[in-house]
Design a protein around this ligand. Structure first.
Ligand code: NAP
Length: 280
């Protein structure tokens, strides 16, 4: 049977998800396709209501639909409910299910690139307080990290996350960055700073613990100014760097499994394909 899936967004032209899912379809010899669907907020309810009848088994959802699609699902996972956002939908028994796989994407990327990263990790710092930060905070809480400092330009948004996720979340503004970073073993940038066309995230990494992991979830460019700075200090501070591409790759695994019934593998070949595309 030929199965179709898509990414629903507005805009959607920039998405690299088709490259990932079509690679797996081909590699696994499955009859199916994954396309980009440009759907505006006005068009969303109609698009969702006719998806199954035109052959879709599910979809990814990106900006600006992640919150509105949650209300259109019959069932959402605990993760999507806790985050208030859905990025993956699928049909089961004619019912629409929703999940947020940014959490498994973030955890999968760190598990792959830094096995046992969470073993003795007591203090993590998340910079940013938007949608991606929520998923990452939730993932860190699942792994039992005791202190999660959330540093945001507007401290109010970090305070909202502390109210949502509880006392392990310590909100701070950029003015208190160095206090937040003091002796932390993991730093995750979830702001758009450092992305192609955006200013860099300019912070002093010296207060971080020796051996800390610096993870930038921005993946265009593959090495952001933050990761370059961490790499330059790697010898002195034994820092380890993790780019954003693997989060993108690992968040796709659960969706593919729901739609096409096979759990795909993030291969070196797939990683290289995306790296070449991003590097242009
Ligand atoms: N690797 C992956 O798979 C993956 C997955 C999801 C997202 N991402 C990337 O993560 C980034 C954030 O996505 P999102 O969905 O969380 O976006 P979002 O909800 O719009 O949040 C954006 C965050 O960036 C901060 N920010 C933006 N411009 C800033 C500036 N000039 N100075 C300081 N802070 C600034 C915002 O701070 P304020 O609250 O003060 O505005 C906010 O905390 C994007 O670059 C996205 O591509 C990557």
């Amino acid at each position: 049977m030929f199965s179709k899936a898509c990414i629903i967004g507005d805009p959607v032209a920039h998405s690299r998800s088709p490259m990932i899912h079509n690679y797996w379809l081909k590699q696994l010899g499955l009859a199916g396709s994954y396309i980009k669907a440009h759907v505006t907020p006005d068009q969303l309810p109609h698009f969702i209501s006719q998806m199954q009848s035109v052959g879709y088994v599910g979809a990814n959802c990106t900006i600006p639909h992640k919150e509105s699609i949650l209300k259109l699902c019959s069932h959402v996972t605990d993760t999507a409910q806790a985050l208030g956002a859905v990025n993956t939908i699928w049909f089961d028994n004619n019912q629409l299910y929703g999940d947020n796989t940014d959490v498994s994407g973030f955890l999968g990327a760190l598990d792959y690139s830094s096995p046992y990263w969470d073993k003795n990790l007591k203090k993590a710092v998340v910079i940013g307080a938007g949608g991606a930060a929520r998923a990452i905070i939730y993932g860190l809480m699942q792994r039992g990290i005791a202190q999660i400092h959330v540093v945001n330009r507007s401290i109010e948004r970090a305070q909202v996350l502390a109210a949502r996720f509880g006392s392990k979340i310590i909100p701070a503004s950029f003015d208190d960055m160095s206090i937040a970073l003091e002796n932390a073993g993991l730093l995750v940038n979830t702001t758009s700073l450092g992305m192609k066309g955006q200013p860099p995230l300019e912070i002093d990494l010296a207060p971080l613990k020796s051996g800390a992991i610096i993870n930038d979830i921005v993946y265009v460019p593959l090495e952001t100014p933050l990761l370059k700075m961490a790499r330059d200090m790697a010898q002195a501070k034994k820092f380890k760097t993790v780019g954003g591409l693997d989060m993108l790759l690992y968040q796709a695994v659960d969706g593919f499994d729901h739609w096409f019934g096979v759990r795909p593998v993030v291969t070196d070949e797939l990683r290289t394909l995306l790296q070449k595309d991003i590097a242009g």
